[in-house]
Ligand binder design. Structure first.
Ligand code: COA
Length: 312
């Protein structure tokens, strides 16, 4: 049996903050932000709740997959910025989409969350617990951002990405595996207290990212028997263009293979990877047989990678 991506979707809230907007709020400049992060704009959910974005992305993914609510037998939502502590955002989403009484839960693995959520869904499908899973990563990080702290506020945006994963009897292809890990002893480097604001040691997180992304890539590809040059696209978590370029340089990857959205959307935590995936899919840039490598890191500190072979 295999598990493949049957459809993707995304939601970017309509309001946009530019670097010029930040230069009016804190002591910063477009030149500093672009030079140190690569970010130019990010979308902000001023009027939308997290569940509104999750619903829009999920509906788009279901439409793209050609499936109805009755087809969905599992919902996993990755979020660290739910509208409420509980119930799970997945249950709110189930209610919005009028889904049957199915498995619904949230995953809290921060920016690595989509890769974690896909792993949960894929393994449940492969062991017969579900046939069609809705996996959504939806984040309203700006609700936790301190807009007086110039070292963090410029980095983050809001958004949601979704994928419908489906199991069938074909052999090979689809989800080829993942590597997932965490280092809880580094957890203080990026955290948020309940009802509080995001706190980050930027240098520490930067060093962690540059160290663990290659580790995740190599452990995953070592277990699946692939090499990175086999991959059509690498979709890294979008925290900072300098981190992305460091990974690109390490493997001497051509620029066009490494997907970048951070310039337009900033860091939307776990929503970054599925939004980038949906952009590739909607632009018609994915063909059957293409290998896609996703790699991320985030609060936890968590990290991980997943490998897919595209195609129905
Ligand atoms: N505008 C202007 N100056 C700024 C600034 C801003 N927005 N933010 C910080 N600075 C200043 C600092 O105060 C510091 O000034 P000083 O030298 O007078 O003390 C100087 O710029 C350099 O700061 P530094 O922290 O060394 O910059 P940096 O190049 O490391 O970039 C980050 C800072 C946060 C962009 C970078 O460390 C980073 O991206 N880290 C990873 C964060 C991440 O990935 N987070 C999400 C994980 S999922």
């Amino acid at each position: 049996m295999r598990v493949y991506v049957a459809g993707t979707g995304r939601c970017l809230p309509p309001d946009v903050l530019t670097n010029a907007d930040f230069a009016r709020m804190v002591d910063t400049s477009d030149e500093w932000i672009v030079g140190h992060t690569g970010i130019r704009t990010r979308h902000i959910a001023r009027t939308m709740k997290n569940v509104d974005m999750a619903e829009a992305a999920a509906r788009a993914a279901m439409e793209n997959a050609g499936c109805t609510p009755a087809d969905i037998d599992m919902v996993v939502v990755s979020t660290v910025t739910p509208d409420r502590m509980y119930p799970a955002l997945a249950c709110d989403l189930q209610n919005r989409l009028d889904l049957p009484d199915v498995f619904c839960m949230d995953v809290s693995a921060a920016c690595s969350g989509f890769i974690y959520a896909v792993d949960v869904a894929a393994r449940r499908i492969l062991t017969g617990g579900a046939r069609t899973a809705l996996v959504v990563a939806s984040e309203k990080l700006t609700a936790t951002v301190d807009y007086t702290d110039r070292t963090t506020c410029i980095l983050f945006g809001d958004g949601a990405g979704a994928a419908v994963l489906r199991g069938d009897e074909k052999e090979g292809g689809g989800w080829l595996g993942s590597f997932l890990a965490a280092r809880g002893d580094d957890g203080a480097a990026l955290h948020c207290m309940p009802g509080g604001q995001l706190k980050m040691e930027g240098h520490e997180v930067f060093r962690f990212a540059v160290r663990v992304m290659p580790e995740a890539i190599e452990k995953l590809l070592g277990s699946t028997g692939h090499v990175i040059s086999d991959c059509k696209f690498v979709i890294p978590h979008q925290a900072n263009l300098r981190i992305i370029r460091a990974v690109q340089r390490r493997y001497a990857l051509p620029e066009e293979k490494v997907v970048v959205t951070v310039d337009r959307y900033g860091n939307m935590s776990s929503a970054c990877i599925p939004i980038a995936l949906d952009e590739l899919n909607q632009a018609g840039r994915l063909e059957p047989g293409d290998l896609l490598l996703m790699v991320g890191f985030g609060a936890g500190l968590t990290y991980g990678a997943a490998l897919f072979e595209w195609g129905e």
